[in-house]
Design a protein around this ligand. Sequence first.
Ligand SMILES: *Cc1c(COP(=O)(O)O)cnc(C)c1O
Length: 388
Amino acid sequence: MTARLDPESGPGGPDSLIPLARPVIGEREEELVLEVLRSGQLSLGPMAPAFEQAFAARVGARHGSAVSSGTAGLHLALRAIGVTDGDEVITTPFSFVASSNVAIYERARPVFADIDPVTLNIDPDAAAAAVSPRTTAILPVHVFGYPAEMAALEKLGLPIVEDACEALGGVYADGGVIGGRGHQAVFAFYANKQMTTGEGGMVVSSDSAHKQQIDSERNQGRAPNMDWLDHDRLGFNYRLSDLACALGLAQLERLDSLLDGRARVAALYREALSEIEGLTLPCEDAGLARRGWFVFVVQLPRGTDKEQTMRALGAQGIPAKPYFPAIHLMSYYQEKFGHRAGDFPVCEDVSERSIALPFFPQMTEGQVDRVASALTSVLARGPLASRA
Ligand SMILES: *Cc1c(COP(=O)(O)O)cnc(C)c1O
């Protein structure tokens, strides 16, 4: 296995640096990718359907469509349920920006609903209050891998697209595997996710009409049974190459160990950080719900200066990132939709205090301890780390 440095690893010498995220790539990945390279068929070959079937089976879905990114998958999933001009899509402002951008791609409006302060997922009551005659879809995000409250959202009776891009390996409150609920659910395979294809995504569903439309639209609007360069609808190039699908197949083979590794590191963090006063850790699993561990995000004690805290950690070779900034307060969203501070107070409070710590399956206990003691000492400085 080749050691590689993550471009996001932050300052510090090579010995002192802990990357923010780091994929696990081994001989099996090299073997399958090499097989594709030697086959000469680098795209639209046999690896894509093999990856789709294996992935769908893993999450208990009938169909899978491999696409070029999680964002592309969310876009095509919204198109498949017919979201269009002037529609409203209810979603969360506490997410990676892609989950609301995809509505805008179709000239629909992302309508935000505030979040639950414990799970950090969309609050079903707020979602219900946001429904209007123009609402055509709900797009919940399983934030940081913790399952959204699906049963309550389903009661609203609207089509649902699940953003499961952070939630591979998670389990819903009723015990079902995330992705197997029958809605379209979208996963992502950027290099920091639970498994990676470099860039990539997968839409799973139970509806073969959705699968057909997505397979056509990711390939320039060409139905599988059509001749080359024959197109019967508007499409995109959202294909995932066979090289990437080969990588995905190899990652899928080792997914259990990747997930176990993340859960192990999360448990170490929980233990090491439990004594810091005022620090909020990721919520514990409740009932049958299980988090599919993706990131380890903590909410700093109130009054702490987040920027200074991240700088102080960075100076010790520990990268930390603000995660997530509230989407409605991004300049583009403020200008386009007239949002302002105070619109979604729970989201804003959480987002002001949240930072992601280094987190990856092969993180050692020593590395976790280094992050934990650095954070402990930075926060103990009190006045320096607090707003003047
Ligand atoms: C990673 C992620 C996506 C998709 O990201 P891509 O980079 O397009 O693969 C979408 N939503 C959330 C919440 C994510 O974390």
